[in-house]
Design a protein around this ligand. Structure first.
Ligand code: ARG
Length: 273
């Protein structure tokens, strides 16, 4: 995670960003801290990346890389305003840890557009394209990670990253909003995940799919009341955190958390986080 110390909305690269409305940086920081302490209190280890001035979107740390079993596929941002964030993430991964970093050739925004299901079909990657990540990065990720990558086309600009439209609830189950995907990609998802928890447009607009799950607890923002109910009905425990300021940049819980899958723990529910 990376604290929103330099968080502003000074450019607009997704439909949620409005440069005419000021953000409350103090409030953003307090809310971010409550997300961090929620994760820590649930028993998760959180590494904190140093925020850098001039990179107002750095709080959305999920976009910095995508890791599977100790292999870290680096990000390459679509927009120049965020390009230098990749450098900060790369130096985190290259200076310590038991993982191996791979620099990307193709544009991809890390966990914004990649999700991993370690216990579905032996371990598969779901990958979004259409707004940010280049489909060529899906093939590159498959080569780097050695896992099948399923390409899914996003069609609604409001849900410009896969993690605004789909989330892993545990090692094999997903929840998603079908309307964010092309009809063909909806068929792919229905075939792979017939038992998925389906979200509706209101859930997606409340950033209810932008969640982090450890397989038991599902952390989602306070606006996502309907989604909280759906995950509870599906047997998970919703934990709501107020992240209203981060919504101004077009993100919520999941965007603020890059999950580090260090390897050796595939298949154990919750252990990969
Ligand atoms: N303002 C950021 C952007 O448009 C928000 C990124 C949200 N992150 C995410 N994982 N969906 O790039």
């Amino acid at each position: 995670m990376c604290p929103p110390e330099h968080f502003t909305v000074e450019y607009a690269i997704n439909p949620w960003m409005d440069t005419t409305v000021a953000v409350d940086a103090g409030r953003a920081l307090t809310q971010w801290e409550s997300l961090r302490s929620t994760l820590v209190n649930l028993g998760h280890e959180v590494h904190v990346l140093d925020p850098r001035p001039g990179l107002p979107d750095m709080v959305y740390s999920a976009n910095g890389a995508f890791s599977v079993d100790g292999a870290v596929y680096g990000a390459r941002f679509r927009y120049p305003q965020r390009a230098d964030e990749a450098v900060a993430h790369r130096s985190f991964y290259e200076t310590g840890g038991s993982w191996k970093f791979f620099a990307p050739q193709h544009v991809n925004e890390g966990e914004g557009d990649f999700a991993y299901l370690p216990a579905a079909y032996g371990g598969i990657v779901l990958a979004g394209y259409g707004f940010r990540t280049d489909p060529a990065a899906h093939a590159e990720a498959q080569e780097v990670l050695g896992r099948p990558v399923i390409s899914l086309r996003l069609v609604d600009p409001a849900f410009y990253h896969l993690d605004t439209a789909l989330a892993a609830l545990d090692d094999r189950h997903v929840t998603y909003y079908p309307g964010a995907f092309s009809e063909a990609s909806q068929r792919v998802l229905a075939q792979l995940f017939p038992d998925a928890v389906l979200a509706d447009r209101a859930d997606a607009e409340a950033f209810g799919l932008n969640l982090v799950s450890d397989g038991r607890h599902v952390i989602l923002n306070t606006d996502a009341i309907g989604m909280g109910r759906k995950v509870r009905d599906a047997g998970y425990q919703p934990v709501h955190v107020d992240l209203s300021e981060l919504k101004r940049g077009g993100g919520s819980v999941k965007c603020a958390v890059a999950e580090l899958r260090t390897g050796g723990d595939a298949g154990q529910p919750g252990a990969q986080r």
